[in-house]
Every structure is written in structure tokens, then in C-alpha cells.
Design a protein around this ligand. Structure first.
Ligand code: PHB
Length: 384
């Protein structure tokens, strides 16, 4: 009798002991982002946004602390395989978060799909990520290139009849341009021609000369990061700004200070606007400023929402990441009160959200209207 009791007591304490050890085991988050090169600031802001959502939860979910493993992907598709494999195979992360550059993200998604590792995309817009490559374990908390291009096109069609598009020749540029064309032409506009240059080239002059001679009513452009400063400044210096207005999705994002007068008054369309006047966004701004001493931007919001989506999964299983199917179910159905507005996910795990018209005023892209409400990427290629 006594022996029996002791045996039960020992077994129980071992079980509690094992449970406690597992509870202490950190939840591993692999951040694969650009911390150098043209997208370095984007990577930094995604990281601070992501970490803020976890800080707000005391960095502990279901008793497990959260640990970060960080890799600089350099926006280099040639290094993507090795970098992603480090996180998946060596570090065995519970979630792979990345990245900014679409080409790098495509490689990451292929590996995530093969290994079954949970992946959250905090920026890269490649349509394929939630299109042909879609998978139950792959989510995007940012936008698709189709979505941003389409929304800019829809807005421009209300003001202009003809346009020229200009973009970097890579997945990000090609797809934003295709979305733009669809939105612009559906609204009654006509795209005269498309001009491209290699990523991350910034020799815009020859293309600007072509635009001047084509004389469209307006120009749509996609380049990003540091390069958008050159484009917006060169466009003004070429004397085009007042004759042929320049539009884009990201063109003035995070670079208004560097772009100076050349960007003032420019209209862009994105899923966030600086200082968006909603209680939820004001609360987010206060929290972000308190933690980092600076204002958040759309990339901070995308990082934050990526973490909120992960948290929706973690909370459903009380931090037990071995229950991946339950996490995926909760993430698919998540309704996030994002700083950008209500955020949910389509059948292909792409964001469903409002697209705002913003005007560059001082150092802010201020909301001046809604281009498209609750925009869903139809993701025709996604079969799952
Ligand atoms: C992309 O490669 O998909 C991309 C990069 C930077 C942006 C937006 C999209 O600002």
C-alpha cells in the first residue's frame, strides 16, 4: 500500500517535472530578413513590430519564453536556400518569419512547404506565395503584389485615362504592374506601355526620357527601399512631376524625409496610413513609441500583425507548438484588430483588408480616402 502510494507519487512528480521542463522550453522564432542592403530599414521595422506584439504579452506564451534566431538574408535569392535551411534544419524553429524580397521569399516558401514548417510572410508580395505555392502552413500578413497594384490602378482610373508603368524587372515589379494594369483598365483606363529596369538598379534617366515622349496622363511605378528616393527625386528633376503625376503603392513609404519636396502631395495607395486616426492605431503608435522612441510605419505594422497572427495560433494551443494543425486552424480563422483596420485571411491565407489612398504631407502618408474596401486577392492558382 505504502509502496504503491510512493510509486504513484514518484510517477506524478516525474510527470509534473517533465511537463514543467517542456513548458520552459523556448518557442523559437526564426527571423529571416534583410538587415543590410537596400531593404535594411524594412527588415529592421518588421523586426521591431514583430517583437512589440510579443513584448505586449511579456514574451511568454503558455509559460514558454520566446526566443529569436535572426538571419540577414541580404535580399539575395542566391543565398536563400542556405539561410532558410539553417533556420529550419539546424535551429528547428517553430515559425519561419520572412521576408521582404519576393525572390528570397519564394525559396523560403518552397522549403517551408516541403518541411511543413509554419511560415509567416511579413512583407514579400509575390502572388505565387499565396497562389500556386499556397499551403496550409504558409500565411501572409502583408499584402500580395496583385492587391497593391490593383488598388493603385483602381484609384488612378478615377483620375486619368492613360498611363505608363515602370518597375524593377523581378517578381515584385512584374506582379505589381500586372495588378495595376488590371485595376486601371477595369476602371476604364489604358496602359500605353511598360518600362522596366533590373533590380536593384537606379538608372532611371533613360526611362524618364521615354515617359516624357510618350506623354501619358500619369505614371505608375514600383521600386522600393532606398531606390524610391532616387526615382521620386529624378522624376521631379526631369520636370515630369507637374505634367504627368507619379503614383505607386510604396513609393513614399518610409522615405519622405529623404525625398523632401519632390514627394510632397504625392498620392499612393496602401493598406496602412501614417497616424491613421482610429483608437486601435493610436494605441499601437503609443506602444511602439514607448518601446522604440520612434513612429511605426507600414512595415512595423506588417511585423506586428505577423506576430499577432502567430499568437492567434499559439493561444489556441496554449503555447504547445506540437499541435500545429490546431494552430493552423486558429490562424486561418483569425480576425485581427490590426492597426491597419480589420484584418482577416482569405482561403489562400492572404490578407483581406481595406486599401487606403494616402497623401504625402510632411513626414507622413496621411489617409485621404479608401481606394478599395475589403480587397480579396482571388488567388486563382491556389489549390488547397
Ligand atoms: C517584394 O519583393 O515583394 C517587395 C519588396 C519591397 C517592397 C514591397 C514588395 O516594399
Amino acid at each position: 500500500m505504502t509502496n504503491h502510494f510512493i510509486r504513484i507519487a514518484v510517477a506524478a512528480s516525474l510527470a509534473i517535472g517533465a511537463g514543467a521542463v517542456q513548458a520552459q522550453e523556448p518557442i523559437k522564432v526564426g527571423l529571416m530578413l534583410p538587415y543590410s542592403g537596400t531593404f535594411a530599414d524594412l527588415g529592421k521595422n518588421i523586426t521591431t513590430g514583430f517583437k512589440l506584439a510579443l513584448l505586449e504579452r511579456g514574451n511568454k506564451i503558455g509559460g514558454r519564453p520566446v526566443e529569436f534566431v535572426t538571419v540577414d538574408d541580404e535580399s539575395d535569392p542566391a543565398k536563400a536556400n542556405e539561410n532558410a535551411n539553417k533556420l529550419i534544419k539546424r535551429d528547428k524553429v517553430d515559425v519561419l518569419v520572412g521576408t521582404v524580397h519576393s525572390g528570397v521569399a519564394l525559396t523560403m516558401a518552397r522549403l517551408a512547404k516541403r518541411s511543413g514548417t509554419l511560415m509567416i510572410i511579413p512583407n514579400a508580395g509575390a502572388d505565387e506565395l499565396t497562389g500556386a505555392l499556397c499551403a496550409p502552413n504558409i500565411f501572409r500578413a502583408s499584402f500580395s503584389n496583385w492587391q497593391t497594384g490593383y488598388a493603385v490602378g483602381a484609384m488612378m482610373a478615377k483620375k486619368h485615362k492613360t498611363a505608363v508603368s515602370l518597375a524593377w524587372k523581378y517578381a515584385g515589379g512584374d506582379e505589381q504592374t500586372a495588378g495595376f494594369k488590371e485595376g486601371f483598365e477595369k476602371g476604364g483606363g489604358k496602359v500605353l506601355t511598360h518600362l522596366s529596369l533590373p533590380f536593384p538598379n537606379t538608372e532611371f534617366q533613360p526611362l524618364l526620357t521615354q515617359i516624357a515622349s510618350l506623354k501619358p496622363d500619369a505614371t505608375f511605378a514600383f521600386v522600393a527601399g532606398a531606390a524610391q528616393v532616387n526615382l521620386v527625386k529624378d522624376y521631379q528633376a526631369a520636370g515630369l512631376r507637374d505634367k504627368i503625376p507619379l503614383y505607386g503603392a510604396f513609393l513614399t513609404e518610409g522615405t519622405l524625409q529623404a525625398q523632401g519636396a519632390a514627394a510632397q502631395g504625392m498620392l499612393t495607395v496602401l493598406h496602412y496610413a501614417d497616424g491613421l486616426n482610429t483608437p486601435r492605431n493610436q494605441e499601437f503608435i503609443a506602444s511602439y513609441k514607448k518601446a522604440y522612441g520612434v513612429m511605426p510605419d507600414v512595415f512595423s505594422v506588417q511585423g506586428y500583425d505577423s506576430a499577432r497572427l502567430f499568437l492567434a495560433g499559439l493561444d489556441a494551443v496554449k503555447g504547445d507548438t506540437s499541435k500545429l494543425p490546431d494552430m493552423i486552424k486558429a490562424m486561418s480563422n483569425a480576425r485581427i484588430d490590426s492597426p491597419r483596420g480589420p484584418l482577416s485571411f482569405s482561403r489562400s491565407h492572404n490578407p483581406v483588408m481595406d486599401m487606403y489612398v494616402r497623401e504625402a504631407r510632411g513626414n507622413q502618408n496621411v489617409m485621404v480616402g479608401v481606394a478599395v474596401k475589403g480587397l480579396v486577392d482571388p488567388s486563382p492558382e491556389c489549390k488547397m
